[in-house]
Design a protein around this ligand. Sequence first.
Ligand code: AHR
Length: 515
Amino acid sequence: MKKAFLILFVFTFCNQITFAQKETTIVTLKNDDKAPTINKNIYGHFAEHLGRCIYGGFFVGDTSKIPNTKGVRNDIIAALKELKIPNLRWPGGCFADTYHWKDGIGPQEQRPTIVNKWWGGTTEDNSFGTHDFLNMCELLETEPYLSGNVGSGTVQELADWVQYTNFSGKSPMSDLRKKNGRAEPWKVKFWGIGNEAWGCGGNMTAEYYAGEYRKFATFMSDWENTGGITRIASGSNSGDYNWTEVLMKNIPLNMLGGIGVHHYAVINWNKKGDGVDFTEEQYFKTMQSALKMEELVTKHGAIMDKYDPEKKVAMLVDEWGGWYEVEKGTNPGFLYQQNTMRDAVLAGATLNIFNNHADRVRMANLAQCVNVLQAVILTDKAKMITTPTYHVMKIYAVHQDAKLLPVSFQSPLYTVNGETLPAVSASASKDKNGAIHISLVNVDAKNKNKIEIDVKDLGVKNFTGTIITSAKLQDYNSFDTPNKIVPTAFKGFENKKGKLEITIPPFSVVVLEGK
Ligand code: AHR
């Protein structure tokens, strides 16, 4: 009896494996005129005064031996320009609600020092301030996104910052800007009104914050009435749908350019796990948390639709990414972590979610750009490396400002310990030259996946592919092996009379281009 049971079990188990290997996911792409354009700002980044993101990361000072332009590392500028970063959020994060911008302008020797209350208690000399950041954005050819201080700042202070950066006529703040060496305004478009107002930004209730928002937004005129500034509300903590509901209900829509959502992929806030040394179970839990993004943007979007059916107000996921324990031996307040193939899969799948929700999600900011959390760049003194996440952002840049091609498919399941996740993630777009780009992620850590896509009616014939993968899920780029994970040519597909038959290896990210 026992033997019969065993044979039956083995037979069933093998059958399932064979079935799983044979199963093909049919992905359908729709050429839909009404589909939205994928806003390039979905590929945005975030730079906070935190750990070694600004000081010792972007900014080394103009007396450094590391090649720099006005104190900003040239190698970082070049790497980010290659990514075509569309926008950069600064100065925080939690730091933003402690930051008084007037401390960071004028002659260096007169700038006061401050203590970074949230991140490691370090003392900063304010050598990187408004001019340094906005001039750096010009070098990067990227749009600045400034986060204003609501928690410990005043309405006047934020209104003055707008006047200082944006007003070209004569005024107290534009005169001060000119005195500090900048004649022309920078014309900053994106303005955050506080950050995480429910937490480090002041522990406010949604109702209280909505009132504060209205007050701050009223006085943040762009001073020339060109309609040039976008006011962005500090959004919900992950699945706090009440926050979105209250803000949408209480803030007049003409005062609200966008509303944020913050969501980090974390296994457990009390036990986040190592960034490199992790098990498949931990990988699964990270991906479970990351893929929750689909539910979050859908549900927050549905609430926004009730008040704003024309989708005039943007949703901004202005902090997202994987969050692990800090690298052993580093300052716990600096949030420095390595970046493996897990992060590449996380980035690819999350960006697919944003692309597919491009009708409402019009900006997203990966946290954070350099040396913090899911960074695209890591530095060690004069050395600089790019991470697997950098390479995902780079091969996905083709979607920036391209027209979404909505995808539909039934994903096979990736199962670990009886829990399941969709194994396949996909999005597609058509760029202004008519080229088609399809990005595919295999979330499954063990099994390859077969995918079939009918491309006959898309007006393109020749396909090429790029893949990001590695031997092990835990692989990463180190300062000794900086190019272990880089995009390579992907040959795992065939175009059979307009049907693409693709086999995508476990934990890999692929972009196909059709011309
Ligand atoms: O990105 C790190 C921190 O995470 C930010 O400062 C804060 O906004 C969030 O809680």
